[in-house]
Ligand binder design. Structure first.
Ligand SMILES: [Zn+2]
Length: 165
């Protein structure tokens, strides 16, 4: 599939994924399904710095965010898969941050096939972990991430509980 199309047929997320896989020497076909569900986008390198390691951010070569939920970072000597979280700065500004718990490191010493599979497994694991934090809103029954209220979504808090945001 990847080899038989011309460049104009690729969607933006596929180009982002392709660039990342080339750089990190990963087998792109392994990520095809995952990436179609959780479309990757490139993010600013200094936006989500792994492990709070501000001294060594220069080691990061590329960083992509899948579906707004999980981050893959290619560094000089390893790949790191992390989950993002969100926190409110003031009452209107939702800021994303790099969660330091549950990071998964993948060595570059393994074969391309092994490494690609491990990266995929890690991405899935952290996406599941993120989604387990969601709660069903008791009013509208929608699955709601914690930063939007969890078991009572912000929208329903306004409607049913009179809370003004
Ligand atoms: Zn609701």
């Amino acid at each position: 599939m990847w080899q038989t199309r011309c460049l104009e047929e690729y969607e933006e997320y596929e180009i982002v994924l392709n660039d990342f896989c080339q750089l990190a020497d990963l087998d792109i076909s392994v990520f095809e399904k995952f990436a179609s569900e959780s479309k990757p986008e490139r993010i600013e390198i200094d936006d989500l710095i792994p492990r709070g390691d501000f001294d060594e951010f220069w080691k990061i070569s590329d960083q992509i965010l899948f579906g707004g939920e999980v981050v893959a970072t290619f560094m000089r000597d390893e790949l790191e898969i992390g989950e993002i979280g969100f926190e409110w700065v003031g009452s209107h500004d939702l800021k994303r941050f790099y969660r330091e718990d549950g990071l998964i490191l993948i060595s570059l010493n393994e074969s391309k096939e092994e490494r690609s599979q491990k990266v995929l497994t890690a991405l899935k694991e952290l996406r599941t972990r993120r989604r387990r934090r969601f709660r069903v809103c008791k009013y509208c029954k929608k699955k709601t991430p914690p930063e939007h209220g969890g078991s009572t979504c912000h929208n329903c808090m306004s409607i049913h509980e009179g809370i003004v945001f």
